[in-house]
Design a protein around this ligand. Structure first.
Ligand code: GLY
Ligand code: MN
Ligand code: MN
Length: 437
């Protein structure tokens, strides 16, 4: 859990990054229709969750640093308590309980949203809201601003509209100790699930049955949902980077690529492992696997504060290119391949990304046009891969092999801590675990 005080201090910090005389308006996510009158499981908007830890739809957070207040002034809008709605749809915190639970200055009901926004936005110089957010919320804010422009009293409308997202996203990029604890929990649960999947997998099973094993372990360990759509790709399906059909039978002799991570308290893990369904790598599979593993290990050994993800990618790319040349999969020299980027036929994605409340987490990868150096508190993935499509101009034995190995790392003052080590990736360790299964 993350304390109420930490959420409030995030709100204060956000306000301190805004201009004086500002109001911030942050909407929660809306429930999303699945079909007719059923909805997808509700997932809170990551920015709203980061600032409040509140998991109901249709709520709003309002923050003001207007000079008429001596301290940051904080309010939230809640769905009103309503017996019938609660019988049908579930419990609601409500306005009165919300006021005290979040130690707010004011609390309102969604029924009064337009008037509340009108009151709150009026008299501020700047209004900050997520400009790329959910359309209806943006329209509501714009509508209120329009009304303020036409108000009988002058100068009520904010003179400037500002995007709040970059400010929140820069905060989210640096994880607190509590956030890292949550991410370690997500990582631990996800490692357990990968081990379960490895021991379960056998020729003749279906990819979705392996998916079910992963999701079962997530939920039984306290992480009810995956952080993103689980990928279980057997054989050549491993070469489809975001393969989520997971509908094929797994044949003897094939590799299985699993990219799956649990969401815990909103935080994602993002782990990939590739292993042979028979429990033993064939020689060509072993040759490709070793290159990817070496690329990943070389990056992990050297990564830390000061290095950019782009520099990390260069390290991995060189290992991959050298390995593919040794196997006669790529012609020419390392430098020629780096120049032409022909290796991108086989390694076509980046080395990794920020990780947090979103699996591809927020934060700028570049600053002032330069690649941004990593800093302590950032959490990243390192995930090199080699994917050899069946139509590739290579020896038959390599066709259809797809390998990715992905771990999650916390950047520390001196290097990086791998938080997903509990699931094996050395060939001998994978084969030993599978023998147990
Ligand atoms: N699971 C998506 C990714 O690895 O980026
Ligand atoms: Mn990833
Ligand atoms: Mn992944």
């Amino acid at each position: 859990m993350i304390s109420k005080e930490e959420f409030i201090s995030r709100q204060h910090r956000l306000l301190s990054l805004c201009e004086p005389e500002s109001v911030c308006v942050i909407p929660a996510a809306k429930a999303c229709t699945r079909s007719r009158d059923t909805t997808f499981p509700f997932r809170q908007d990551s920015d709203f969750w980061y600032l409040t830890g509140f998991d109901e739809p249709d709520s709003w957070l309002l923050l003001s640093n207007h000079s008429q207040f001596s301290d940051p002034y904080r309010a939230m809008v809640f769905r009103a308590k309503d017996k019938q709605s609660e019988i049908w749809e579930g419990r609601r915190l409500g306005v009165d309980a919300g006021l005290s639970f979040f130690a707010l200055d004011e609390a309102y009901s969604t029924d009064e949203l337009s008037e509340v926004l009108y009151e709150w936005l009026g008299g501020h110089d700047h209004v900050y809201f997520p400009m790329h957010g959910e359309g209806a919320a943006t329209a509501t804010i714009m509508d209120v601003c329009k009304h303020l422009c036409n108000a009988p009293k002058e100068n009520l409308a904010p003179a400037a509209m500002c995007d709040v997202s970059p400010l929140i996203h820069e905060m989210r990029l640096f994880k607190s100790a509590c956030e890292i604890a949550m991410m370690k929990a997500a990582a631990r649960i996800s490692c357990q699930a990968h081990k379960r999947a490895m021991t379960f997998a056998h020729p003749g099973c279906y990819e979705y049955q392996i998916e079910a094993e992963l999701h079962h372990e997530f939920a039984m360990a306290g992480a009810r949902y995956p952080a993103y759509s689980t990928i279980v790709g057997s054989g050549e399906n491993a070469c489809i980077l975001h393969y989520t059909e997971n509908s094929d039978v797994v044949n003897d002799g094939e590799l299985i690529l699993i990219d799956a991570g649990a969401e815990y308290y909103g935080y994602a893990a993002d782990i990939t492992r590739t292993f042979p369904v028979s429990g033993k790598f064939t020689q060509p599979q072993r040759e490709i696997y070793r290159i990817v593993l070496e690329a990943q290990k070389q990056v992990i050994d050297r990564i830390g504060p000061g290095m950019s993800l782009s520099e990390a990618n260069t390290i991995a790319t060189e290992v991959i290119v050298e390995g593919l040349i040794d196997l006669s999969i790529l012609p020419g020299s390392v430098s020629e391949n780096l120049e032409t980027e022909d290796y991108r036929d086989y390694y076509m994605h980046g080395i990794g990304h920020f990780l947090g409340l979103d699996v591809h987490d927020v934060g700028d990868y570049q600053q002032d046009g330069e690649d941004r150096p990593l800093q302590p508190g950032m959490v990243i993935t390192i995930e090199p891969g080699i994917y050899i499509g069946t139509d590739s101009p290579v020896a038959q034995k390599y066709k259809g092999i797809g390998v990715r190995i992905e771990d999650n790392l916390v950047i520390t003052a001196t290097g990086a801590e791998v938080i997903t080590e509990d699931v094996p990736k050395e060939i001998d360790d994978i084969e030993a675990l599978m023998r147990k299964g």
